[in-house]
Write a protein that binds this ligand. Structure first.
Ligand code: AGP
Length: 606
């Protein structure tokens, strides 16, 4: 996913844009660039492969300019390079474009433009757009952009400036996020709120097909037909510091430690009289008569959905099917009567998840979204939205978003149980009571986990690490494995503990570290047998269990405990030591914890 920033106002545009890019590097960072229209109505473009710092080194001095656009790139078409970095310009260097998304028909368009004499300087799909705008430009930048988009198929958030109209930024969104920030006679364009939080909290979110024209006199919005429209202004409540590291070395550790607060925020207002209350979205009519729930998501969000499946079936006695979003559309979904689709997405912009939403909508299925970003595409395309209030999650590796997604899975499962009367009142009382204290239990778990750093230092050189568990522990083991591999680059695999003997046990040899999750009371004996099974082959056992599990303490070479709790609530606690294990291992290995190689925070391409 790329990051777009634009500015027009009475300040120097270059520093404002660079500052905005810095707050968005996590969105994609194989190259960055900037284009401003200077006082002499000349276009000044600088771009550089690598992280933002490489571009800054190039900016020795810059022109006076009160208007410009910037971009951080996560490559889709064309390898990371100076030439492939955005902004891209037309042949004459009078128009500059930045783009987030994919132009699916760029190849035939490029051929057509080259036959018309256009000279291309990059391998990107985006450059096609710059030449299309050049081709259609006839004195109106918004007219040329709108006409160019008629030729384009795909997903995009684009912004354009032109020397012929030096006081105008034109921006359009279609499937990739774009928003406009309103300052005091300063106007900002961005892909993501944290980029401008230190400048304004008042934001307009563009819908698909909408255009924004930013000038020094303000911002005019229009719809896909070119009709001027009025839009609702959002007041973003995030504290700008929340998007900074707060003095900690990495966003990831900050966000791990923020989980108690994120859970409290997400719970706020959703428990009343010891019952789950979703009156914020009026779910009652939405879930009336639901006979089947489908869940789809990607990555960590998918792992949260796996826990959701267990819980909804266990509490509400409703059958649940779960799919990885990129697979969802390619199997024959037997929706049945009264099905709903629950989609989970931290960013709310994941292309695979959005594609699943659009396929389900095409089939008339009602959609409930669980997302962390107000105004995100997922939020606006679903029928109902339950927000995780985790605040901005900057680190590529998702932590507080995951635990708040889990919390919403619990709340949803209990809510459905309330609705279906599938659990005795006393059991709902107990579950809701425990959930009310979950943030305190997470705080205790964070304190208990002080030994994790030492474990990470011991095993950070391992060639491969397994995570095993049963039931809910297996779902969390998948998340622990993903965390470790995505930031420490150690090969890790999660396995249903009972499945090891059907093949993977062959990989267990002397010294192989195995993280064994054993928090499910009714599975404890079986889990202990699995632990002994791998120990007998030389495995080193890093046990994760509840306080007081004497047998596990005896079997484990390393033991990290969570506070005693209802096993069904354990996942929100069990994941904490796994997040910390991944974090400290990555730090020990000198990895770029917040921006791991090859990955981006939000994947807006399929
Ligand atoms: C999580 O640590 C990963 N960065 C990744 O798997 C992520 O969860 C996935 O891309 C889904 O993102 P979303 O929640 O924003 O849709």
């Amino acid at each position: 996913m790329c990051g777009i920033i634009g500015y027009i106002g009475d300040k120097d545009a270059v520093p404002v844009i660079i500052d905005g890019l810095r707050h968005m590097e996590y969105r994609g960072y194989d190259s960055t660039g900037i284009a401003v229209v200077d006082e002499g109505q000349q276009l000044w473009v600088q771009k550089k492969e690598g992280k933002l710092g490489h571009l800054e080194e190039k900016l020795n001095g810059y022109p006076d300019a009160g208007i410009g656009i910037g971009h951080t790139r996560w490559a889709t078409h064309g390898a990371p390079s100076d030439d492939n970095a955005h902004p891209h310009t037309d042949c004459q260097g009078n128009i500059a474009i930045v783009h987030n998304g994919i132009i699916e028909n760029y190849a035939p368009l490029r051929r057509r433009l080259e036959q018309e004499g256009h000279i291309f300087r990059s391998e990107t799909d985006t450059e096609v757009f710059a030449h299309l705008v050049e081709h259609y430009y006839n004195g109106s930048l918004e007219g040329a952009v709108r006409r160019a988009l008629q030729d384009v198929k795909g997903s995009y958030a684009v912004a354009a400036v032109a020397t012929a109209e030096p006081d105008k930024i034109v921006a359009v969104r279609n499937h990739s996020p774009l928003m406009v920030g309103m300052g005091e006679d300063q106007y900002y364009l961005t892909s993501d709120v944290p980029a401008i939080l230190n400048r304004t909290r008042n934001v307009y979110f563009l819908e698909d097909g909408e255009m924004a024209v930013l000038t020094r006199d303000g911002v005019v919005f229009s719809n896909g037909e070119g009709q001027q429209i009025e839009k609702s202004l959002y007041h973003v409540t995030w504290d700008p510091m929340a998007a900074e590291k707060g003095g900690l070395p990495h966003f990831m550790i900050k966000e791990i430690l923020e989980q108690p607060q994120a859970l409290r925020e997400t719970l706020r207002g959703r428990i009343k009289d010891n019952r789950v209350d979703f009156s914020e979205v009026d779910l009652d009519s939405f879930v009336d008569g639901v006979e089947k729930v489908f869940i789809t998501a990607c990555g960590t969000a998918y792992h949260a959905g796996m826990v959701g499946k267990y819980l909804i079936e266990k509490f509400a006695h409703i059958p649940v099917e779960i799919d990885i979003a990129s697979e969802f559309r390619y199997r024959e979904i037997l929706w049945g009567e009264n099905s709903i689709l629950v989609v989970i997405s931290q960013s709310g912009e994941t292309a695979d998840t959005l594609a699943a939403i659009r396929e389900a909508k095409r089939q008339g299925i009602k959609i409930l979204a669980i997302t962390n970003v107000v105004g995100s595409s997922v939020a606006r395309e679903a029928d109902k939205v339950l927000y995780t209030w985790a605040g901005p999650e900057i680190a590529v590796a998702s932590t507080k978003a995951y635990s708040t997604q889990l919390l919403l899975m619990y709340l949803l499962a209990i809510y459905l149980a309330q609705h279906n009367k599938s659990l005795p009142a006393g059991e709902i009382d107990a579950l809701v009571g425990d959930l009310s204290r979950i943030a305190d239990l997470v705080e205790t778990t964070l304190k208990n986990a002080v030994g994790v750093q030492g474990v990470a230092e011991k095993y950070h050189d391992a060639g491969c690490i397994f995570f095993i568990g049963r039931g809910l522990d297996y779902a969390v083991a998948l998340e622990g494995s993903l965390k470790l591999k995505e930031i420490s680059y150690i090969h890790a695999e999660a396995y249903a503990a009972g499945e090891m003997k059907h093949g993977t046990l062959a990989l267990v040899e002397e010294g192989v570290p195995i993280v064994a999750l054993a928090t499910q009371d009714e599975l404890e004996e079986k889990m202990l047998s699995n632990i002994r099974e791998v120990k007998a082959r030389g495995a080193v056992i890093i046990g994760i269990g509840k306080d007081g599990m004497v047998e596990l303490e005896h079997e484990a070479d390393e033991l990290i405990t969570i506070p005693a709790c209802d096993s069904r609530l354990a996942p929100i606690l069990t994941v904490i030591p796994l997040q910390l294990l991944a974090y400290y291992t990555a730090v020990q290995r000198g990895c770029d914890v917040d921006k791991p190689r090859n990955l981006a925070k939000s994947v807006t391409v399929e």
